[in-house]
Design a protein around this ligand. Structure first.
Ligand code: ADP
Length: 464
């Protein structure tokens, strides 16, 4: 940034921020994109709720020692075991909780005397901020000229509530119309953000196109098509320091594209730790995922017995829907030594799997961006993915003739196609020269934040 030029100021609002709180990819993005934006010259601060799991003294912390993070406190709303719900489902007062959070965000700005050029909102939990800025705070000169960006991380989660809860939002009834927050006689919080934000983004170019269609738009495709000139898709990056096979403290053996051998030692350490047979030559397939339909686990369930009939090993890490817990419990009993089933959330084990597995399975029905396949590339773990959303934008089919490509990709949401993709992967695996080249291709990809952060900066400049 040129000397003397005023830095752009941005407030980044998110209901989860790694390493403080995390249920999925949103937390990874909120914990790493602001750091990249800071490096790119943006004066950026982050705001998020203070959950029970956050043991930080005081109401402020920093990301990477630099980017300030402010925690919004409310013991009744946020001092709970989980972020959004428990085994009985979503918390029944989620609307109250995130209305509170969203109203506190503009107030906080005055308290810390930070007037941003832009407030960057993420998913439905902060989607009311653009609405409140116009309706409640619009007449206050402190807020005049603040622009808003609304990022969709997964359009299936919209914050839908019954009409009877509309009063909790604190807006006049003329906001309950199809052109604003009404959605088939319900309140749709995300829709408010999409109508009122100055710009809309989502987390991959392909998903930006897909959500304008009925198949992927979950009822908001019409609105998004109308706003398509304000909608863009920017692929997520990952923090290349946090995910670094050459340096990770959590790994016993290190590796890089030019010195790949440590990966195979990490593999045997992983096999040992998880009671898999220690077999260097059996392809080890990893799955790290929320156990939800979105992630394609119904396809996996249809072929899992045939898969495990092949000469390969499977390691699964995930939590989610009960029926998948039951399915994988059964697999665990039936295939000891061959399938390692870990039904929990465990960041350390996740890293060991990314490092030690040979392949990473991600057959999603839809995938806004997906981080698992990007992290896998970094660790030379070859993604097997469906051709959708961010998976389509990050992985290309390996061609053994040209030796170009980074993974194995199938098109239709179909168990047979998935099985064939795994078959292609294991066939190449047995041709070690070709496989080594593929692993190098994967590790040489660059999905660090640098280029995507620049795209956000360009968007910010366009509206500020
Ligand atoms: P989503 O946000 O839809 O769940 P992403 O692929 O974008 O999917 O991000 C998921 C993130 O959460 C990745 O960093 C992945 O490694 C991590 N993750 C998912 N399940 C687990 C788990 N059981 N234990 C540890 N990390 C997990």
């Amino acid at each position: 940034m040129a000397e003397g030029k005023k830095k752009l100021k941005v407030l980044f609002a998110s209901s989860e921020v790694a390493p403080f709180s995390k249920t999925g990819g949103l937390a990874d993005v909120a914990g790493s994109l602001p750091v990249a934006l800071h490096k790119a010259g943006i004066d950026i601060r982050v705001v998020t709720p203070r959950y029970k799991s956050i043991n930080i003294f005081g109401s402020e912390a920093r990301l990477n020692g630099r980017v300030p993070v402010y925690f919004i406190e409310n013991d009744a709303y946020f001092m709970r075991d989980n972020l959004y719900g428990d085994e009985k489902g979503d918390y029944s007062d989620n609307l109250d909780r995130f209305v509170f959070f969203s109203k506190r965000i503009p107030e906080l700005l005055k308290e810390i005397d930070f007037k941003p050029d832009i407030i960057h909102c993420n998913d439905w939990q902060t989607a009311l901020v653009p609405v409140y800025l116009k309706e409640i705070y619009g007449t206050d000169p402190f807020y005049s000229g603040i622009k808003t960006v609304m990022t969709i991380h997964n359009i299936a989660y919209q914050g839908l509530f019954p009409k009877s809860e509309f009063h909790k939002i604190g807006l006049p009834w003329d906001y309950f119309t199809v052109h604003r927050l009404e959605f088939y006689d319900k309140v749709n919080i995300l829709k408010g953000g999409l109508v009122f934000a100055d710009l809309i983004t989502t987390v991959s170019p392909t998903y930006a196109r897909e959500i304008q269609t009925p198949e992927f738009g979950y009822g908001l495709n019409g609105l998004l098509s109308e706003r398509k000139d304000s909608l863009s898709g920017i692929i997520n990056g990952i923090d290349y320091n946090e995910w670094n096979p050459a340096k990770d403290k959590e790994l016993k053996y290190h590796f890089s594209p030019s010195r790949p051998d440590g990966k195979y030692k990490d593999k045997s350490a992983l096999q040992k730790k998880t009671a898999l047979e220690e077999r260097a030559n059996a392809p080890l397939i990893g799955i790290i995922s929320r156990l939800a339909d979105q992630k394609g686990l119904d396809l996996v369930s249809r072929i899992i017995h045939s898969l495990l009939g092949m000469d390969l090993q499977l390691i699964l890490l995930g939590t989610g829907e009960k029926r998948y817990h039951r399915l994988f419990e059964g697999i665990k009993r039936k295939f000891p030594g061959k399938a390692s089933i870990n039904l929990k959330f465990d960041a350390l084990l996740a890293k060991k799997i990314y490092a030690g597995a040979d392949m990473f399975l991600m057959p999603s029905r839809y995938e806004p961006c997906g981080l698992g396949q990007i992290i896998s590339l970094r660790y030379g773990t070859i993604p097997i993915v469906r051709n959708t959303g961010g998976l389509a934008d990050t992985i290309t089919e390996y061609d053994p003739k040209t030796t170009r490509g980074t993974g194995f990709v199938f098109d239709r949401y179909d168990a047979g196609e998935l099985f064939n993709a795994v078959k292609r992967a294991t066939d190449i695996y047995r041709q070690s020269g070709l496989w080594k080249k593929l692993v190098t291709n994967a590790m040489r990809c660059d999905f660090s934040w640098d280029s995507s952060a620049k795209e956000y900066v360009d968007l910010y400049k366009k509206i500020a």
